[in-house]
Ligand binder design. Structure first.
Ligand SMILES: Nc1ncnc2c1ncn2[C@@H]1O[C@H](COP(=O)(O)OP(=O)(O)OP(=O)(O)O)[C@@H](O)[C@H]1O
Length: 312
């Protein structure tokens, strides 16, 4: 668990983070969004003490982060940034091994971890391990950056615009990978982005920052239904609201008894994608299947339209 308590950061007379309090539950994804210069990066970097707060406390699993030694903070908290920050003169394997090496892990343990992570990120260890960062595509570099941040098996992963430099297709793949990896390791993730689509896709909770303050900290659904301020309402995009609402729910949650024509859709598909399929194929219902292929029922256009309406 991460507890940020009344944290403030000032540079001279300028307050860039102003009395922020928020608690991040273990094994969840929290996404920080907000305007440029609103203090997102500063808040993130106060968690792993790359920036020292002027006032307030950050606790990691109940412990004041100022009382945790530097090497221990590096082990417990991974950090991945836009542009990946890979060391250009070190191979991919050496890059991923950075923190384990600093921590004095046995060579065999480090090598096994590097191999496990490369495989997990779908990079063949024999092929990619010996390469240098400039011999990788942007998407591959990004994966190595996240693998490096995860190498010492941190409980917490801080990510600052990790997918900012990727094109939309690779970006959406990278988001899927991250969601899968978060499930695999149960890591608590705090991610900064300016992309609301990404925020709604990944977040268990979203923190909206404006002028150094957190103006709302809520689940995506709460934020859509009850934006705390006009600024939040603008940020979530009034015209996008029904689609975002459908985007965070699955077809499995809207399934009803009955049959429908055509190829079934998986129950994990978002209702938004189901709506798109219904409109595109001109059908009024789709069969819904479980992962094992069993038909669970159908999802209808009518049911989805109802779910897209403002909850009352
Ligand atoms: N070391 C520093 N010295 C002085 N001012 C700083 C320093 N670091 C950040 N700031 C200022 O603090 C404010 C918040 O910066 P921060 O990087 O946290 O914002 P952000 O919300 O992450 O912005 P962006 O979305 O543009 O990355 C900005 O006005 C920035 O200029």
């Amino acid at each position: 668990m991460i507890q940020i308590e009344e944290v403030t950061k000032r540079y001279g007379d300028t307050t860039v983070v102003n009395g922020v309090t928020l608690t991040v539950a273990p094994h969840t994804v929290t996404v920080i969004v907000g305007t440029s210069g609103s203090g997102k990066t500063t808040l993130l970097r106060m968690i792993n003490r790359l920036v020292e707060p002027t006032a307030g406390i950050v606790k990691i699993d109940g412990e004041d982060n100022r009382s945790i030694p530097g090497y221990e903070l590096r082990r417990r908290i991974g950090y991945a940034i836009q542009g990946h920050g890979l060391f250009p003169h070190r191979t991919v394997a050496q890059n991923i091994a950075t923190v384990p090496t600093l921590l004095g892990w046995e060579k065999d343990r480090t090598e096994a971890k590097v191999e496990e992570l490369l495989k997990l990120f779908q990079l063949d260890p024999a092929d990619f391990g010996p390469r240098y960062p400039h011999e990788l595509s942007g998407g591959q570099q990004q994966r190595v950056g996240v693998a490096r941040a995860l190498a010492a098996e941190p409980n917490v992963l801080l990510m600052d615009e990790p997918f900012g430099a990727l094109d939309p297709i690779i970006r959406s793949k990278a988001q899927e990978d991250l969601a899968a990896i978060q499930k695999h390791f149960g890591t608590t993730i705090i991610l900064v982005t300016h992309d609301m689509e990404e925020a709604f896709h990944l977040a268990d909770k979203i923190a909206v920052m404006d002028k150094g303050e957190v103006v709302q900290y809520a689940t995506p659904a709460e934020m859509l239904v009850k934006p705390a301020t006009p600024f939040v309402e603008t940020l979530v995009g009034a015209s996008e609201r029904p689609f975002r609402l459908l985007g965070i729910e699955t077809v499995g949650e809207a399934v009803e008894p009955g049959s429908a024509e055509g190829r079934p859709v998986p129950e994990v598909l978002s209702q938004r994608d189901a709506l798109s399929e219904l409109l595109w194929s001109g059908r009024s219902a789709l069969p819904v299947a479980a992962a094992n292929g069993e038909i669970l029922g159908r999802v209808t256009l009518q049911a989805i339209v109802k779910r897209a309406a403002r909850p009352r």
